[in-house]
Write a protein that binds this ligand. Structure first.
Ligand code: TMP
Length: 224
């Protein structure tokens, strides 16, 4: 790094099944990092730009069989490309940290492990869309499927019970699908331990937040 140049920011993704508490934990982590003087930008996938949010609306609403897994993957890749180019890369380039609710591991878990598409093709698709953009740290919030779905159901019920724009398309999948998503995330964590950390998301919110902050401290903030 030349003198006076700013370091690029860090890219953190939060992953997990339905109702894992990703958005709460991202909010908590953003506050924790801001308290340490680190500028953060919180965003999500699919979404994060007007175009990607429009694609998100197509993906997460409607009947479960509205799209097959490959169509989902292609839509998500298009959204991801827009998001990476317009938000993630520019934010990292100016030295702020990106906290992203889901990223490419969700495609592997949902469209690959659960949806049946070959993982190598999905990895190639992500690479086509965003090049080598990869999180510095991926926090996998793990909890039993039924606990997560109950939480997600409560949340959906509180806001928009079953209207046409309720984001329930994936929640409507059967238990086996969601178990495959969970197992997929755990397998990704086993395969890439340097990038991934698994946190028990069934623990109380404060404890989960403490563990997430500890992982960030250890992996991204300590010198060693
Ligand atoms: P959310 O639950 O974090 O709001 O995400 C919306 C849905 O999108 C969620 O059910 C999982 C799904 N999804 C995929 O199937 N593949 C992906 O690559 C991403 C980012 C999300």
């Amino acid at each position: 790094m030349t003198e006076g140049a700013r370091a690029t920011g860090r890219f953190i993704a939060a992953e997990g099944g339905e109702g894992a508490g990703k958005s709460t934990q991202i909010r908590r982590l953003a506050a924790w990092l801001e308290g340490r003087g680190i500028e953060t930008v919180t965003t999500r996938e699919p979404g994060g730009t007007p175009g990607a949010e429009a694609i998100r609306a197509l993906l997460v609403t409607g009947a479960p069989d509205r799209w097959d897994a490959m169509t989902e993957a292609l839509l998500i890749a298009a959204a991801r490309r827009d998001h990476a180019g317009k938000v993630i890369r520019p934010v990292l380039a100016r030295g702020a940290w990106v906290l992203c609710d889901r990223f490419a591991d969700s495609t592997l878990a949902y469209q690959g492990y659960a949806g049946g598409l070959p993982l190598d093709r999905l990895t190639a698709l992500t690479r086509l869309a965003v090049g080598d953009l990869t999180p510095d740290l991926t926090v996998i919030l793990d909890l039993p499927v039924e606990t997560g779905l109950a939480r997600a159901g409560r949340r959906a019920g509180q806001t928009m019970p079953d209207g046409p724009s309720a984001e329930t398309r994936f929640e409507g999948r059967d238990l086996r699908f969601h178990e495959a998503v969970r197992d997929g995330f755990l397998d990704i964590a086993r395969r890439e331990p340097a990038r991934c950390v698994v946190v028990d998301a069934a623990a109380p919110v404060d404890e989960v937040a403490r563990q997430v902050a500890a992982a960030v401290e250890e992996r991204l903030l300590s010198d060693g």
